[in-house]
Design a protein around this ligand. Sequence first.
Ligand code: 4AD
Ligand code: MG
Length: 460
Amino acid sequence: MSRLIRELRTSAPSDEIITAEGWVRTKRDSKTVCFIEVNDGSCLKGLQVVADKERFDGELLGSVTTGCSVACSGHLVASQGASQEVELSAETIQVIGKADDTYPLQKKRHTLEYLREIAHLRPRTNTIGAVARVRSTMAYAVHRFFQENGFYYVNTPLITASDCEGAGQMFQVTTLDLDNVPKGENGKVDYSKDFFGKKANLTVSGQLEGETYATALRNIYTFGPTFRAEDSNTKRHLAEFWMIEPEMSFCTLEGDMKIAEDFLKYIFRYTLEHCSEDMNFFSAFVEPGISDTIRHVVDSPFVHMTYTDAIKELEKNKDRFDYKPFWGCDIQTEHERFLSEEICKCPVIVTDYPKEIKSFYMKLNEDGKTVRAMDVLVPRLGEIIGGSEREYRLDILTRRMKDLGLKEEDYWWYLDLRRYGTVPHAGFGLGFERAVQYVTGMQNIRDVIPYPRAVNQAEF
Ligand code: 4AD
Ligand code: MG
């Protein structure tokens, strides 16, 4: 394998003949030489290749255009230019694949909206390339954190017959002929004829299955795709997103919040340390000072606040909101942002929400009204993590399910965890794209996943 441009750019000048491969970002001519910026995506900046016009055929140099792929050989010399230490003094240039002037990424700034229309080419831009590298590094940091802390990685199913969040935003999976659906005598669809013999959906969360492994291996985490038929066209919702869900046995809400905070700080710090060039780029061109902001988050404790106190703060400022806050209301994005941006000026963990607005599996508090839930809210985005201590008492859990109209027989295996050796346990879910959005400062979640899926958007 030949060397990455990332390595070449930091190598010392030498007489050794080396080859740089990549795609041409720009070409600039002076009277005697031609400057070609070759980038292979291994890092933000490319390598400057200098071709002496006397040495090269004019036709060959003419075929070196923005977007074409090349292999250039020569030796590294100290650069005269200020923006790089070394450059490649070319002896041979081979154009591997041409790109004519219909190549959509000509040297001018493109809007992120336009780039979404050419999502197959956009990783060749500085911004989307940097996002892709940061995303990869963050994914690695996620695994490192859990593997270093005694967690096992579990793969939960993507196709499921249970609705974890009970929010009914599921995509149905079927092999039935939709033009000729088999019906039972009652006129309803006969799912016994469907592929799984029952109604099935894409998962909205791996939590329930994750709990089964946590109550066997103690600490586990999942990291995989989840699907929600969210009808909301926002900058922070996707129909297909990646979620990280740790689950810990012998753990209460306090331990859950501690792990959530340590985990976020770990992946943020890891990214700052391993993606400094890309982070400097985001700080300069995407969200001013984002590196410093993230550094500050890593170094300061998160604020804690109960839902009841959060509502008091919001009510004091109710004129500022479109949706008026009151005890019992679902906290809206505008409220979440206000709490983290203006009240706390840092990430805040809100706990003990009314049971009516949270899922059935959350542990009921002694007051009978609130549950041991926690959401981590951050400036710019609002909710980044949602989690809770789980209801581990069989009688209370089944009563709660009954109140919500959930059928016990659909959750027989989940209830078995409470029947056999039940223990306090807790966990949370981090939306991976929200985390990438937070670290990079990117405004729209559709720009931090390679191929976003949302309402009316499934191209590529
Ligand atoms: O708060 P949520 O719905 O929690 C759960 O799914 C729990 N089962 C987690 C657990 O306790 N194991 O989702 C968790 C996180 C949110 O905080 C948010 O970051 C992200 O998932 N999320 C989305 N991200 C992008 N697009 C969407 N449509 C999202 N919905 C949730
Ligand atoms: Mg949530």
